[in-house]
Unconditional design. Structure first.
Length: 319
């Protein structure tokens, strides 16, 4: 508790030494400052409030090197510390290899393993219409990669009974470890996905929905990326049939390293996957040393889903 008649110099010192360090990455108001120093309920603290108010005004306007940024009633501590990227210490070719869904019975595939390069902290977005194989894509991603990396599925539509019935159709693969537990983790999560993503794993969020605040999807995705270390995240969002991009608009596409859309083709009764964005294209080398450079941006592929939503089948590039 500070003195109700604290002089300006003492208010400045306390604000810098006590308040600013704990509010370093948060917005705050003058009322937050008063509450922090227990001035909000003291009727005789007018002079102290005035002193702290003057401190905030000076640090945001008068000082040659501003320490606060003000926007309306909100303040923010300016952070001039550089978050250096020590790129020269990084390992060359430090990429992640994903096995994408493929036709288990006919061997067909998208070819993304060579065509798409992924790095730690990358984000894959899958934007799809209703019943367009979004969850099938996610589940196949999990089972295709569960033997090579930790895998987590965060769902808002499965309970235990529904999920075990769904996985019963994945009978061509062993889903369990030697101790009888599954090779991947399934958890129910309906909000705040950034709190639970595992920093060094394949994280699949199926799916993000924010009621009438879909404009917040970009912020949610940004926070998910921030909480990754060497892992990656796959985020599923809804897409209206009459729109090219999913909920959240172009802003969500900007954050993604890879952006897929899924739609139903009513004429062919097939699902169509379109590659809306691949940030880093890959290359492959054949036995003779010939290099093929890949670019799958804006390509489309059609396929069917069989065996109760568990298997991809007859994957074809749309030409």
């Amino acid at each position: 508790m500070v003195d109700s008649k604290i002089p300006y110099s003492h208010a400045l010192q306390k604000f810098r030494e006590e308040f600013m360090p704990v509010k370093f990455n948060e917005r705050f108001t003058a009322d937050d400052v008063y509450r922090f120093f227990l001035l909000d309920k003291r009727p005789n603290a007018i002079e102290a409030k005035r002193a702290f108010g003057q401190v905030m005004y000076d640090l945001s306007t008068r000082n040659k090197v501003k320490e606060l940024e003000q926007s309306g009633k909100f303040y923010r501590v300016i952070n001039r510390e550089l978050n250096l990227i020590e790129w020269w210490k990084a390992k060359r070719g430090d990429t992640l290899k994903l096995i994408y869904p493929y036709g288990v019975d006919d061997g067909t595939g998208f070819g993304f393993e060579d065509a798409i390069i992924l790095y730690p902290k990358d984000l894959i977005v899958i934007a799809g219409e209703g019943n367009s194989a979004k969850t099938s894509f996610c589940l196949n991603l999990l089972i295709n990669n569960m033997d090579t990396m930790p895998c987590y599925l965060f769902t808002n539509e499965f309970n235990d009974a529904k999920f075990i019935d769904r996985m019963e159709h994945f009978n061509w693969v062993n889903l369990y470890k030697e101790d009888g537990t599954p090779k991947f983790v399934v958890a129910e999560q309906t909000q705040y996905w950034q709190d639970v993503v595992q920093p060094d794993a394949l994280n699949v969020v199926d799916w993000i929905y924010l009621d009438d605040e879909m404009w917040k999807i970009r912020t949610m995705m940004k926070n998910i990326i921030a909480n990754l270390n060497r892992g990656i995240a796959v985020v599923v969002i809804q897409k209206r049939s009459y729109k090219q991009i999913g909920e959240g608009g172009e802003a969500t596409k900007d954050l993604a390293s890879v952006y897929f859309t899924l739609r139903n083709d009513k004429d062919t009764k097939r699902v169509v996957l379109k590659v809306e964005k691949v940030k880093t294209n890959g290359q492959s080398v054949d036995d003779s040393g010939h290099i093929t450079y890949h670019n799958v941006n804006f390509k489309e592929y059609s396929f069917r889903i069989v065996q109760s939503g568990s298997k991809f089948h007859d994957i074809q590039e749309v030409v």
